[in-house]
Design a protein around this ligand. Structure first.
Ligand SMILES: [Zn+2]
Length: 393
């Protein structure tokens, strides 16, 4: 039975994640005192610390594959430890809160015991998804638009891109116990279960999903990310033979729609992710920078590549003001963990990078010469110190 809401309010009140009898403080402002105890929850209590560990491992796994960390994970993490973050709550926090709050007690208790569900569709699609498999086809409501955008962005940039596979990830894959078990056995942070344990957990997850829980697995929380992946340069046999991919989760599109930026948001996100493929092909990932500064550089550069494409007359030619508005909303989602290796840059730095790129695209009007990607990257490197300067305005 429900004794009190898990999320007392989206903002301004404490938000509480109940974990067995232990209570993890979650998001909002001024948290920590809430004590919603769901007595119906199974006794398999997971301490808040364990939850944080699970989420940290999720970040490690993303870094291991060189993919963007899920903004949903960041929101969940921010929810757990608001004191660690200087920004938020954001529109995404509110969305994630609503998703969690919308779960039944049974779903919620199950999720807490199977936090690995948050990453299963990601690594399933990353390692095993193919464009030929209908289970990874883009969902009908956004498939046509993003397929066209993908065609456009491949034409726009001067890189080898014919081998990049565009696909989706759907939470419904978790109804396939064999697929789930295969992922749970992967030697990556957060997984690595023995075959017997993986099979047992996978059976539970598949049974839950197939019984209709979590909207048959399609709760957006499980696929709230988009990312670019390449196995190029990775010696690990695990990824050998995996083609270059650009993967769009259903959940990220749902989130962008919910945040009121569904008109240009998905296409802008694709521009960013394809920007990572430009970086892979042009060998732009490496720099003398390390740690958070290195990640910030590549992420701000991807923002610049993406915005240049989205606003350029020969790219998507989207309304610049609208693109920047949408990006501003999305960037506010960005993490505020300035000492975190997955750091994308502050919302202001990201917006400055996007605004700078839109200006470059605008200066190419009306006929619209497209800069070579390496030229654009050089210009970005020159601009980077200004973009990240503390006093930049
Ligand atoms: Zn990125």
């Amino acid at each position: 039975m429900k004794q009190s809401p898990r999320f007392l309010a989206a903002f301004g009140a404490s938000i509480v994640l109940t974990i067995g009898s232990a209570t993890a403080a979650v998001a909002g402002t001024g948290v920590g005192t809430g004590a919603a105890v769901d007595t119906a929850a199974p006794a398999a209590a997971v301490a808040p610390a364990a939850t944080r560990t699970a989420l940290a491992r999720s970040g490690e796994a993303a870094d291991r594959f060189g993919i963007d960390r899920s903004p949903a994970r960041a929101a969940v993490e921010r929810a757990i430890d608001p004191g660690d973050y200087q920004c938020g709550p954001t529109d995404l926090d509110a969305y994630v809160s609503a998703l969690i709050n919308g779960m039944s007690d049974e779903e919620y208790a199950f999720l807490v015991r199977h936090l690995e569900m948050l990453d299963i569709p990601t690594y399933d699609a990353l390692l095993y998804g193919t464009t030929a498999d209908p289970r990874y086809a883009l969902r009908a409501d956004y498939g046509t638009e993003l397929t066209h955008t993908f065609r456009d962005v491949k034409r726009f940039w001067d890189i080898q891109s014919g081998d990049i596979q565009l696909m989706s990830m759907h939470g419904s894959i978790m109804g396939d116990a064999a697929a789930v078990s295969r992922v749970l056995q992967l030697p990556i942070p957060g997984f690595g279960f023995s075959p017997a344990v993986a099979d047992a957990r996978a059976k539970d997850i598949a049974a839950a999903v197939n019984s209709g829980m979590f909207d048959n697995g399609n709760n957006p929380l499980f696929t709230l990310n988009a990312f670019a992946f390449t196995a190029e340069g990775d010696p690990d046999p695990l990824v050998k033979g995996v083609p270059d991919k650009l993967i769009f989760g259903d959940g990220i599109v749902d989130a962008l729609n919910a945040m009121g930026i569904g008109d240009v948001g998905p296409r802008a996100v694709m521009g960013h992710e394809f920007g990572h493929h430009v970086q892979f092909e042009d060998n732009l990932m490496d720099s003398p920078l390390t740690g958070p500064e290195a990640t910030r550089r590549t992420e701000l550069m991807a923002d610049a590549f993406g915005t240049y494409f989205a606003t350029h007359a020969r790219g998507l030619s989207l309304n610049t003001k609208r693109v920047l508005q949408a990006e501003k909303t999305f960037f506010e989602v960005g993490d505020c963990a300035f000492d975190n290796d997955g750091h994308h840059g502050t919302p202001n730095q990201r917006l400055r990078s996007a605004t700078w790129a839109a200006g470059i695209a605008d200066s190419a009007r009306p006929q619209g010469k497209i800069l070579p990607s390496l030229t654009f990257a050089d210009m970005f490197e020159d601009e980077l110190p200004t973009l990240v300067a503390p006093d930049a305005s």
